[in-house]
Design a protein around this ligand. Structure first.
Ligand SMILES: *[C@@H]1O[C@H](CO)[C@@H](O)[C@H](O)[C@H]1NC(C)=O
Ligand SMILES: *[C@@H]1O[C@H](CO)[C@@H](O)[C@H](O)[C@H]1NC(C)=O
Ligand SMILES: *[C@@H]1O[C@H](CO)[C@@H](O)[C@H](O)[C@H]1NC(C)=O
Ligand SMILES: *[C@@H]1O[C@H](CO)[C@@H](O)[C@H](O)[C@H]1NC(C)=O
Length: 809
């Protein structure tokens, strides 16, 4: 009797809800808390809203927040009501009188991403404590599996967490424990949990990419057997989270941001979104900044170059683009690999090609298909002998005798680098042809093509036999540097001798130390010994690629490198006078003339990087520690470990935040980065040189004076800039010229990066060919906290920024 009574009540309540949906909404009785079971809701989209092209219609259940941005728990349906999801959205909520608008909806969690429901689907919190979603036809779609846990209600917290609680207010179930593809500030990701991206922007089903915590690392992978990792780090720096090896906690950054979330996109990128003035804006990329390092950037078997240009392997007629019009969709094999005719398997060899998972599978120790200390032939043989192996990736530098990774599935390849990729191909005409949709006439064409291929193959195999014979004659040839003849490759033992067992340390940075060495001809060199994994190796490659290819009098010359086992070392010309930071703060430091030379040298070096190379190179870490001085106090820029190469026609690039606090330009907070970030950092260095003090000087007794820019603004307002000139005698003699040059620094430090001069303009200004802009904003106090904060804030930021390599000193 009692039971029936309750059920009646439930049905009555349900009818009431359905019936009164509009009043329910307009009278703003939306709550974030429901206690008392049973309760039932029905999907009747009532409140319209829109997000870009998609009009969404909502059936709100719970609403949390007072501002216009709120968390909404309920059903959201496409405009035609064909697909509805039960979940939590971040929405823009507007009510004017009787009308409610919901806009900007971002579904950040959903219960049924793989199974959209229809109008009239029901959600019921039963008396048994289970929250159950059933489609309109009664199909069970989803439940919290909380039967018998004495659930007494449902709550949407202010952080966007949906909680089922029991009679003692204990959490029984929460949506934060079952993330889909987003993390909200305050939400944790722990070992065993994962974010999984959607199939596409228009299909929310579970896609290929996942982010998880594995063996103490944050790891991202593409779903395959076994998973292939495209990111792994035990120290994943970001301003947007903290990570202790077990738990990743999403953080709100900056603390004043209105609403934000981290989302694993369908392309495998992890992005941070903020709500800007009117819309959701992408503010950061968190994983690799290099687009080519994503598994599906170019589709399967396709080679990615220059951050996103895709081409199929061209040397042979084994692959063709999946779509001629869209090269980003990948390549298909002309013949599939057949295990019945494995005697006809061979390889297409792609030299100087990398594979995204190579180093991560190694570091995570996760792959059983990893062979260490192999010869290139063993690597090939291992792949040929196992039919499910589709490719072998070989890197001679990973280990003295090379390392080998076998792949069951081949995703995008990366042009450049030190490895070789062997793609397995099928040569036999007996093998099934892959295009089942081809009509009969095509068979003839394919037949002809196959005969052609066979002919070519026989020639190729004859040639490759010759080549492999050659290789046997000089096995070590494989270890020769692939970089065009300019860099010398040193062995680790050689470097031990050259540096007398790393005896004379010149300096130490976040990632390793710099040692002095002497070559057999007496030339002194500086050896930077990088230690660590992941980012260090990335920095190593960046530096070899960036500096190895360019020469300029104002850039420190890279002479050679060593990549042996886990050792990564860079060998530079020796700079007798060390780094500029020593000289800036030195009592009675450099003369005005020497300082002018140094300033001009840095400007010329940067102008060359920005404007005269084949690629635009943004250094991203200009600071006195990275400016080195030779015996004549000529300055050279060093340390390109963080730098970024950009194609000439692109003026902007999106990257994760890099650099050193105090030298980071304000636009880092808005995500669009140009070479003007180097101009900004140059402005800081210039000011430091003119004033003879550090940008951040904690020895100042007055807190107001700690930050050089604050002093700069104050003195400019008081028209007492001459006070700032270094006390050095020679500098005081040239006080006026020095003060005048401060306006150049101010020009470089303009908050709006478009107002800053280019480096070539700076060079011209230094030569007196152009005059410094007069209408300058001296209010540098507006610089975001990241550059101008107080001490504790700096400390937290620096711990989350990528650590910084130190240059040879
Ligand atoms: C939903 O249920 C109501 C009432 O039973 C019915 O009138 C309506 O047609 C249903 N809508 C759909 C789309 O099935
Ligand atoms: C979404 O993707 C899934 C998995 O690939 C697929 O089964 C489903 O049909 C797709 N849905 C739509 C509407 O295309
Ligand atoms: C990596 O795997 C090898 C062999 O399975 C094992 O001996 C070694 O301890 C593992 N290392 C780590 C760091 O897990
Ligand atoms: C090799 O063979 C084993 C056993 O048959 C199989 O599990 C594995 O997936 C194969 N592939 C590779 C790349 O080793």
């Amino acid at each position: 009797m009692m039971e029936e009574h309750r059920q009646c009540f439930a049905i009555f309540f349900f009818i009431y809800l359905v019936f009164c949906t509009s009043q329910f909404a307009t009278s703003q009785r939306l709550v974030n808390f429901i206690s008392g079971v049973p309760t039932l809701w029905i999907n009747r989209p009532s409140i319209g809203g829109k997000f870009s092209r998609d009009i969404l219609n909502y059936t709100p259940i719970l609403l949390e927040g007072n501002a216009s941005l709120r968390f909404l728990y309920g059903f959201s349906c496409t405009f035609d009501h064909t697909e509805c999801f039960l979940g939590i959205s971040l929405v823009l909520y507007n009510s004017t009188g009787e009308t409610i608008y919901i806009e900007g909806g971002q579904l950040i969690w959903s219960a049924n991403r793989n199974h959209p429901v229809q109008v009239n689907a029901t959600l019921q919190l039963g008396r048994d404590g289970n929250l159950v979603l059933a489609d309109s036809d009664g199909t069970l779609v989803w439940s919290t599996n909380t039967t018998g846990k004495s659930v007494s209600g449902l709550n949407l917290t202010e952080t966007g967490n949906l909680v089922l609680f029991d009679t003692t207010n204990r959490t029984v179930w929460q949506s934060f424990d079952h993330p889909t593809d987003c993390l909200l500030p305050g939400q944790n990701l722990v070992s065993g949990q994962k974010l999984t991206a959607s199939v596409s922007a228009y299909n929310s089903s579970q896609g290929l990419f996942s982010l998880t915590v594995l063996n103490g690392s944050l790891a991202a992978y593409i779903d395959s057997d076994p998973p292939q990792y495209y990111y792994a780090s035990d120290n994943p720096d970001s301003l947007y989270w903290s990570f202790d090896g077990h738990t990743l906690t999403a953080l709100q950054y900056p603390p004043t941001s209105t609403a934000q979330f981290i989302k694993l996109g369908h392309d495998g990128h992890l992005r941070v979104y903020h709500f800007g003035d009117l819309n959701w804006e992408e503010v950061d990329y968190i994983l690799s900044g290099d687009d080519c390092r994503y598994p599906m950037v170019c589709g399967r078997y396709s080679i990615c170059a220059n951050g996103g240009q895709c081409t199929c392997p061209v040397e042979v007629n084994f692959f063709k683009p999946f779509s001629e019009r869209n090269p980003g969709l990948g390549c298909t094999e002309l013949m599939s690999i057949s295990c019945d005719s494995s005697q006809y398997h061979s390889f297409v060899e792609l030299k100087n090609t990398e594979y995204f998972s190579f180093r991560f599978n190694y570091e995570l120790n996760s792959s059983v298909f990893w062979l260490e200390g192999q010869k290139i032939e063993d690597c090939q043989r291992a792949c040929l002998s196992n039919c499910s192996c589709k490719a072998a990736v070989y890197d001679p530098y990973r280990n003295m005798r090379g390392s080998c990774l076998l792949l069951n599935e081949v995703f995008s390849l990366i042009d450049g680098g030190l490895g070789t990729v062997f793609l397995k191909v099928q040569n036999s005409p007996n093998a099934p042809v892959i295009f089942p949709r081809q009509k009969t006439p095509f068979k003839v064409i394919i037949g002809c093509t196959l005969i052609g291929i066979l002919l070519i193959l026989s020639v190729c195999s004859a040639l490759s036999k010759k080549r492999s014979e050659k290789r046997k004659a000089g096995d070590f040839l494989d270890l020769e540097p692939i970089l065009p003849g300019i860099l010398t490759r040193f062995s680790y033992n050689e470097l031990k001798i050259i540096t007398q067992d790393f005896n004379r340390k010149l300096g130490k940075g976040g990632f390793g130390s710099v040692y002095e060495g002497t070559l057999s001809n007496g030339t002194k060199i500086a050896v930077k010994h990088l230690n660590g994994v992941g980012q260090v190796k990335e920095s190593f490659l960046t530096e070899v690629k960036t500096v190895g290819g360019i020469h300029h009098i104002n850039l420190v010359k890279l002479i050679g490198y060593c990549a042996e086992k886990s050792h990564r070392l860079l060998i530079y010309e020796y700079m007798v006078n060390g780094s500029l930071d020593r000289w800036i703060t030195q009592e009675n430091g450099l003369t005005w003339h020497k300082r002018q030379m140094v300033i001009s040298d840095i400007a010329k070096g940067l102008a060359y990087l920005h404007e005269d190379c084949s690629h635009k190179i943004i250094h991203l870490d200009i600071k006195p520690q990275n400016i080195l001085l030779d015996q004549n106090f000529r300055a050279k820029i060093s340390d390109f470990g963080l730098s970024k190469l950009i194609e000439k026609d692109k003026s902007k690039v999106v990257t994760r935040m890099r650099g050193t606090p105090g030298y980071i330009a304000p636009e880092w907070l808005s995500s669009v980065i140009t070479e003007k970030v180097d101009v900004y950092a140059f402005g800081i260095v210039l000011l430091e040189i003119l004033c003879g003090r550090k940008n951040l000087d904690w020895s100042q007794t007055d807190e107001e004076d700690v930050h050089l820019l604050t002093v700069f603004t104050r003195k400019a307002e008081q028209e007492q800039l001459t006070d700032m000139v270094d006390r050095n005698e020679d500098m005081q003699l040239h006080r006026e010229a020095v003060t005048e040059m401060m306006s150049l620094a101010a020009w470089c430090l303009q908050g709006d990066f478009s107002k800053r001069p280019s480096m070539s303009m700076v060079v011209k200004a230094l030569e007196g060919l152009v005059t410094v802009e007069t209408n300058l904003d001296y209010n540098f106090r507006n610089v975001p906290k990241i550059g101008a904060g107080n001490q504790p804030r700096e400390a937290t930021i620096s711990s989350k920024l990528p650590s910084v390599l130190s240059g040879p000193r």
